[in-house]
Design a protein around this ligand. Structure first.
Ligand SMILES: NC(=O)c1ccc[n+]([C@@H]2O[C@H](COP(=O)([O-])OP(=O)(O)OC[C@H]3O[C@@H](n4cnc5c(N)ncnc54)[C@H](OP(=O)(O)O)[C@@H]3O)[C@@H](O)[C@H]2O)c1
Length: 306
């Protein structure tokens, strides 16, 4: 079948595909199409189960159209209210937030949850689900506008700017009972501020380290491995990395049902940052690694109508 790309998702993992350092997936070779999830429309089909006009979730990559034999393509149906949501809230990032928080973080009512990259595709969902579970939620985000949004729109109890030199002191004030769950997506100064506040038996879903994706060598300064590992040991902290579809793929249906119901009931809010034109994808992707996006970053590649 012939698929026409309507929305292309831009995600931090793509940085790893542009590097030949060892990773859980091989890099994209020079000359290949850059990988990426898309929401596309079927323009012509000889594949059973796919008709012209259907919306599909596909791995078409950074291109305007793609030929597909249907393998790994998910039919979303002919009518969709929010087609691009399949790349965010109802897709991979929402699923990452849901499983990482609930299965690894195991938040209990009354506990304090700190979430990094708090207004992004993953973080905004982590914080809202933690609120639904009755937790105190403190976000960390880049800039006053994002922090205001996290509190006023997403309902977090507090949100702190990671550019503030007083982050450590401010985080300690915002977490008077310490931190029970830290949803880690960033590393850097955010992790440094969190470490001293971790409670006994705290959990850290280790989702990402975006502050370090552009690093090409070890950060300068003393080796702090012993201090960090010693803190984990003494406070009996559980840290678990995860790669969402490798670890939880079989639970995607369950997640979609629950998240769609929460969204329909107005319990979860969702914000997108839509960039127009495939030619702007590289610039938008570079911006993602610097916090220029505000909400889930997608590129509108073509028009929605068939
Ligand atoms: N393990 C998995 O299976 C899995 C799956 C999906 C995503 N992830 C990870 O989850 C994290 C969030 O992904 P996302 O798709 O939701 O992206 P996102 O949060 O929508 O966008 C990335 C955000 O990261 C923050 N950031 C970028 N550079 C930073 C820096 N140097 N220091 C502090 N914050 C920085 C920025 O927010 P601020 O402006 O607020 O700083 C930026 O908006 C990433 O680490 C990603 O790799 C992991």
């Amino acid at each position: 079948m012939l698929l026409r790309t309507v929305y292309l998702s831009l995600d931090p993992y793509m940085r790893g595909r542009m590097s030949d350092a060892p990773s859980y997936a091989p890099p994209v070779e020079v000359g290949d199409v850059m990988v990426g999830s898309t929401v596309s429309r079927v323009e012509a089909s000889h594949c059973a189960g796919f008709a012209v006009g259907d919306w599909v979730l596909s791995q078409s990559g950074w291109q305007e159209s793609a030929l597909s034999d249907g393998k790994g393509v998910f039919n979303l149906g002919a009518r969709l209210e929010h087609p691009s949501y399949a790349l965010g809230l109802l897709g991979m990032p929402g699923f990452t937030a849901y499983m990482g928080l609930l299965d690894i973080g195991k938040p209990k009512a009354g506990e304090t949850v700190v979430v990094a990259a708090a207004t992004g595709a993953v973080g905004s969902v982590v914080g809202q689900v933690a609120k639904l579970k009755g937790c105190r939620v403190v976000g960390v985000a880049g800039g006053a506008e994002k922090c205001r949004y996290a509190v006023e729109e997403l309902g977090f109890d507090a949100c702190l700017d990671h550019h503030d030199p007083a982050l450590k002191e401010l985080l300690a004030k915002a977490c008077p009972k310490g931190i029970d769950v830290y949803f880690e997506s960033v590393g850097g100064v955010v992790f440094d501020a969190v470490l001293p506040l971790l409670n006994a038996c705290a959990r850290i879903p280790l989702c990402g380290m975006i502050a370090h994706y552009n690093d090409s060598k070890l950060s300068p300064g003393p080796d702090r491995t012993a201090q960090v590992m010693g803190t984990f040991l003494k406070r009996r902290v559980r840290v678990q990395g995860f790669i969402i579809f490798d670890d939880y793929g079989s639970q995607f249906g369950e997640f979609q049902q629950q998240m769609s119901a929460w969204f329909a009931a107005g319990k979860i809010k969702y914000r997108e940052d839509v960039v127009d034109g495939l030619e702007h994808a590289p610039e938008a992707f570079i911006g993602l690694l610097k916090g220029k996006n505000f909400g889930k970053l997608v590129v509108r590649v073509g028009g929605e109508t068939a």
